[in-house]
Design a binder for this molecule. Structure first.
Ligand SMILES: [Zn+2]
Length: 101
């Protein structure tokens, strides 16, 4: 077995992959290359590595340096429309470092 339908599979229909802008560097990337930072309805700001948390979100590249840029420019606060204390930023940075790719 093994001859016959080998190799070329049908070309899949072109799907447009949604792009999002990183809050840190401002570069556009496909959604899957970014993490979301989410402000949940109760006001908790956390890193969403699954893309499933609900709430207002901002996108960030999967690296700490982008988070630091966003922190410095206070772009996260603006995007999420809330204040983000240093302790939360520190936690986000730690978490992002863990999941860095
Ligand atoms: Zn970035």
């Amino acid at each position: 077995m093994g001859t016959g339908t080998k190799g070329k599979s049908k070309t899949p229909p072109k799907k447009k992959i949604p792009e999002r802008k990183c809050t840190g560097c401002g570069e556009k990337r496909i959604k899957f290359d970014l993490y979301r930072i989410v402000r949940s309805p109760d006001g908790t700001v956390s890193l969403d590595t699954t893309g499933k948390k609900s709430g207002r979100g901002a996108y960030i590249c999967k690296n700490v340096s982008c988070l630091k840029k966003a922190r410095k420019a206070q772009r996260l606060e603006r995007n999420l429309e809330c204040e983000i204390p240093d302790s939360v930023y520190d936690t986000l940075e730690e978490e992002l470092a863990e999941h860095e790719q």
